[in-house]
Design a protein around this ligand. Structure first.
Ligand code: AMP
Length: 187
């Protein structure tokens, strides 16, 4: 039985950092749809350029595109012990598609972990990342957009996973180490 986790939360909540540590400690694959999309953007193909325009605007790439990426990715050998989904699902249709994929392989989600951060702290972290990583989608005007998109399209997943008894909440306001300690306590 593979260990399957979802990390949920707004952009800048620290999901990616925690996901790297957690997946390495657990010996499971870290799957970030954001990283996968950035890789295809760099390839400079026509599809990559279309994706770049959407990502840079702060909007979400279409469900079909990311569902195809995930279907393919979770069948790879490094997912043998399990995998952690960082940034997927981001919409209810994506969550339904994941449910279907897991049903087909007779598998179950272990939990969906929600990283919660105060909005002021969130904006400060995104500015810090913009300076450090030069990500175009962390530009100031795009930050607000990404947070709005999170509230409109991704936040409904909180109720979705809560209703099926899979949601675990983590206060993600502290340091990386403090948040990781809380994560270990809830898992
Ligand atoms: P992230 O690195 O997770 O913050 O993702 C960066 C950007 O990639 C997002 O703002 C979206 O434009 C796109 N993206 C990543 N994951 C998804 C997803 N599951 N569904 C749609 N778009 C996504």
């Amino acid at each position: 039985m593979r260990a399957i986790y979802i990390f949920l939360g707004p952009p800048g909540a620290g999901k990616g950092t925690q996901a790297k540590k957690f997946s390495a400690d657990q010996g499971i694959a870290h799957i970030s749809t954001g990283d996968m999309l950035r890789a295809s953007m760099q390839a400079g193909t026509e599809q990559g350029n279309q994706i770049k325009a959407i990502v840079d605007s702060g909007n979400l790439v279409s469900d079909d595109v990311v569902i195809d990426l995930i279907r393919d990715r979770i069948s790879k050998a490094d997912c043998e012990n399990g995998f952690l989904l960082d940034g997927f699902p981001r919409t209810v249709p994506q969550a339904q598609a994941l449910k279907q994929l897991l049903l087909e392989s007779d598998e179950k989600l272990a939990s969906a972990i929600l990283f919660e951060v105060d909005e002021i702290e969130l904006l400060a972290r995104l500015s810090g990342r913009r300076d450090a990583e030069q990500r175009a989608d962390d530009a100031e005007e795009t930050q607000r957009k990404r947070i709005d998109v999170y509230h409109a399209q991704t936040a409904p997943l909180i109720a979705y996973y809560s209703e099926i008894g899979k949601l675990k909440r983590i206060d993600s306001n502290g340091t990386v180490e403090e948040v990781y300690e809380k994560l270990r306590e809830v898992i």
